[in-house]
Design a protein around this ligand. Structure first.
Ligand code: GAP
Length: 542
């Protein structure tokens, strides 16, 4: 990490701590590596991020069902899924100070051009010797790498011998409930099952703030499809021309860069396994762009054969450039019928489903798997702004900002406080997501509001008491206009759903802002048109 990048991460962590965004777990006891907690502001942003994801990937689809499963699952589940035997990372220990590290990470620090993640334990041992890697803590010699299983183990009940594990992915609850879900929902293929929830991995070396944690959150979809229909996605036409960036296997071998292709081209060239897979790559690209992530800073990397699980017929990781390097934020896998077959065998439960013609199949699975915590950090990085203000601010997309507006009396005296407080409740009653802030000078309140990324501040001043107007201040430009109190809720809604821009307020309320109105008041017809536009935008989740 360069000094500037290092500073950026430190700055963001500092704002997160100071403004109630994210805190280290058990901070008063010195913290616990790999664990973080969301503060009051961070939790709102997290909820909004999750809601946006739900709108984009679930609510806008016909047939995706969401479940919420247990965090602890019995051993048999992970025997069947293969996690017990293969969910390992290469652990290496210093002979002298006994510190432990991930062997592939130590090697990456020596040579970033090689993908050590893909090497076997024997190959890693040879590489550690070749690169003469020593202990980063004390310089001592390192022992031989060995496999370390990442699952947290626990005992279920008071009697020992009944092992359980904290789930390392949310996916397994979906597979083990497949039969119940299919029957109870009378589901026909294709259909999806989604889950948002915690996952746990006992990472050898948690690092980089929210990137590698021991407790984190995932949003996963398992899309169940008739294996003969994988190239017959009902909404393919909507995405076929959508452009995505792909880092091909070829490019990785020759040091090339990502290419931009339409999903149709990716399919025609055999870069992606099927239409269902391509559909998700398009939706994910659209989702990342809606979070404000720069289109040149992410791509889908086709995992090399040596990195791809034996059951998968194709994995693409959505990788994003972070200040300290490249991070996988979404994993896409074509898991075939592997998981259902394994659970069918182990549990003696039939996992097939009948097609309308009576034929029975075990569906194939396309899995997009999102890390909430990593995407939350991506959002912080993509939104973080520094400019000519004395403070930094988060330019969050309106859809994920912690609140829509702050209501602030200019002073606490002369009836301003009471007027502001009443106005705050009126806006709340009208469904606007507002917070009230009367503490400190107004400039400080603007700074606080910007720092947590609230789009607008509504200030109640002496003029408010005379003419029932307020000022609305824009986070991104710091411009302010006067608007009528009675129309504020509607204005905020129109701004949030991008029906109007902040600049439009200058013309719309020209008389209040020292200019002659060109437009005049909105007609009923215009109002109904803007309502319609807003509804359409809302459906898109932007
Ligand atoms: N069910 C498939 C699965 O779990 P994965 O690539 O291991 O696939 C999916 O994980 C996503 O979960 C990753 O892309 C990442 O965003 C997130 N994730 C995985 N391990 C994580 C960790 N230790 N800390 C934070 N997020 C993690």
């Amino acid at each position: 990490m360069s000094t500037n990048d290092d500073d950026l991460q430190k700055e963001i962590i500092e704002v997160c701590l100071r403004r109630g965004i994210v805190f280290p777990t058990a901070e008063i006891y010195g913290g616990a590596a790999g664990f973080f907690e969301y503060g009051p502001i961070g939790e709102l942003v997290r909820q909004h991020l999750i809601n946006l994801w739900r709108e984009h990937f679930i609510a806008s689809e016909e047939n995706i069902y969401e479940i919420s499963g247990s965090l602890i699952l019995p051993e048999k589940v992970f025997e069947a899924s293969g996690h017990l035997s293969t969910f390992n990372d290469p652990l290496i220990q210093c002979d002298k100070c006994k510190s432990m590290f991930r062997a592939d990470h130590l090697l990456e620090e020596k040579d970033a051009s090689i993908n050590f993640d893909a090497l076997s334990i024997q190959e890693l041992e040879e590489m550690v010797k070749k690169y003469e890697v020593t202990c980063p803590s004390c310089g001592g010699s390192l022992g031989s790498p060995r496999e370390f299983n990442l699952m947290f183990e626990t005992q279920i009940g008071p009697v020992s011998g009944n092992r359980g594990f904290l789930r390392p992915e949310t996916a397994q609850n979906i597979f083990i409930n497949f039969k119940r879900i299919a029957h109870s929902m009378r589901a026909q293929l294709p259909f999806g099952v989604a889950q948002i929830g915690k996952a746990f991995r006992n990472e050898i070396s948690p690092r980089n703030f929210l990137v590698r944690l021991r407790e984190f959150e995932q949003m996963e979809i398992e899309m169940f499809v008739d294996p003969d229909e994988l190239n017959n996605h009902p909404r393919w036409d909507e995405v076929a021309d959508y452009e995505i960036s792909i880092l091909t296997r070829e490019a990785q071998k020759t040091g090339g860069t990502p290419i931009t292709v339409t999903v149709q081209e990716a399919l025609d060239k055999g870069l992606i396994p099927n239409q269902y897979f391509g559909y998700y790559l398009a939706l994910e690209t659209e989702f990342l762009l809606s979070l404000g992530v720069d289109k040149d800073s992410f791509w889908f990397r086709h995992l090399l054969e040596s990195e791809t699980a034996h059951y998968s017929k194709g994995n693409y990781d959505l990788e994003i450039k972070f200040p300290f390097g490249i991070v996988e934020c979404i994993g896409n896998a074509y898991r075939t019928d592997y998981d259902l077959m394994k659970h069918a065998e182990k549990s003696n439960t039939k996992m097939h489903i009948a097609l309308p013609d009576g034929k029975k199949v075990i569906p194939h699975v396309i899995e997009p798997s999102f890390g909430v915590t990593r995407l939350f950090y991506v959002l912080l990085l993509a939104s973080y702004q520094k400019g000519d203000r004395e403070w930094t601010w988060f330019k969050f997309p309106y859809s994920v900002a912690p609140y829509e507006a702050v209501v602030a009396p200019l002073m606490k005296k002369d009836g301003l406080k009471e007027a502001a407080y009443d106005f705050f409740w009126e806006l709340k009653d009208e469904g606007i997501d507002v917070i009230y802030d009367e503490s400190g000078q107004i400039g400080k309140r603007y700074a606080r509001s910007d720092e947590i990324g609230v789009p607008f501040v509504l200030t109640i001043d002496y003029q408010t008491l005379e003419d029932e107007t307020v000022t609305i201040r824009d986070r991104d430009t710091t411009k302010q206009y006067r608007i009528p109190m009675a129309e504020t809720a509607e204005v905020i809604r129109e701004l949030i759903f991008n029906v109007i821009t902040f600049q439009d307020l200058e013309k719309e309320y020209a008389e209040l802002n020292g200019k002659e109105s060109k437009k005049g008041k909105k007609t009923e017809q215009q109002k109904s048109a803007s309502n319609k536009k807003r509804k359409q935008k809302k459906q898109k989740g932007n």
